[in-house]
Design a binder for this molecule. Structure first.
Ligand SMILES: *[C@@H]1O[C@H](CO)[C@@H](O)[C@H](O)[C@H]1NC(C)=O
Ligand SMILES: *[C@@H]1O[C@H](CO)[C@@H](O)[C@H](O)[C@H]1NC(C)=O
Ligand SMILES: *[C@@H]1O[C@H](CO)[C@@H](O)[C@H](O)[C@H]1NC(C)=O
Length: 256
């Protein structure tokens, strides 16, 4: 009888201890990672000399110094993308595109939103990154007076000259013509790489494109939060009290 109880207890212990590490494993896979794309480093690490707007990521980055410099150039070697495809983009607007490039190339905190893609120039992309609403709103505000000819900048360009030109049937208009609301801009421009959050900067629940590195990188906490949601660890934690009650009852039953 005592032997039978001991075996049951051992099985229970094995079950409980097995259940934890697998969830922890899944979570850490989503943290502190670089996507497998055109210019990303294989692993994040310190980059003391990251350029200007990319400098917030110096302590830990997926981009090289070269990439951070190129991110500030027009028609850079990164993608040959021409911001000025409908005349000169306002500098106040362009700085948001530079910041967007820095976040995309440098952030090691986008793991929960990385998905595989079948594209010639990258194996992974991000989808539905919850961008803080203020970062999206200021981007849209600052670009209201700049011009473009398309509402999705990932496809449909004429690339025959080596950089993107407006296709003949696409007319240049101010941004609000193609992006009536901030959400239209942030969600549609890069084919849903972002999904504007209704959380605010500093909430720990949305990704900040802009941050002051003196306070640390706020996106680390955000990635941790969403990694738990994805892996169901949050769910497990919620059920933990019930699980331990069930275990206690089982033990009582075994011992009686
Ligand atoms: C970055 O590297 C590319 C390819 O090696 C090179 O063509 C480019 O000039 C470099 N850019 C800077 C700013 O060093
Ligand atoms: C693409 O641009 C080139 C000039 O760079 C032009 O000759 C050609 O007609 C354009 N094609 C389309 C489909 O817009
Ligand atoms: C958006 O914010 C409101 C109020 O702050 C909240 O009730 C709602 O659940 C949020 N929606 C989403 C999708 O997060």
């Amino acid at each position: 009888m005592a032997h039978w109880i001991t075996t049951r207890l051992l099985l229970l212990l094995v079950f409980v201890s097995e259940a934890q590490p697998s969830t922890l494993h899944l979570r850490t896979e989503l943290l502190n990672v670089c996507m497998d794309a055109k210019h990303h480093k294989e692993r994040p690490g310190p980059e003391d000399r990251l350029h200007q707007q990319c400098s917030p990521w110096r302590r830990n980055a997926c981009c090289t110094v070269n990439t951070s410099k190129e991110a500030h150039k027009d028609m850079s070697y990164l993608y040959g993308f021409n911001w000025d495809h409908c005349g000169k983009m306002e500098p106040a607007c362009k700085r948001h595109f530079i910041q967007d490039t820095c976040l995309y190339e440098c952030s090691p905190n986008l793991g929960p939103w990385i998905t595989k893609v079948d594209q010639s120039w990258r194996k992974e992309r991000v989808l539905n990154v919850p961008l803080c609403k203020e970062d999206c709103e200021t981007w849209w505000e600052d670009c209201r007076s700049s011009f473009t000819c398309k509402g999705n900048w990932h496809k449909g360009w004429n690339w025959t000259s080596g950089h993107n030109q407006c296709p003949v049937q696409a007319a240049c208009h101010t941004f609000p013509f193609y992006f009536p609301t901030p959400a239209d801009l942030c969600n549609e421009i890069w084919s849903h790489s972002y999904k504007v959050s209704n959380y605010s900067r500093g909430s720990g629940r949305c990704i900040q494109m802009w941050f002051d590195p003196a306070q640390g990188n706020p996106n680390e906490e955000v990635a941790r939060f969403y990694a738990e949601v994805v892996s169901g660890a949050g769910f497990r934690r919620a059920w933990a009290p019930l699980l331990s009650l069930a275990l206690t009852l089982t033990l009582l039953w075994l011992l009686c």
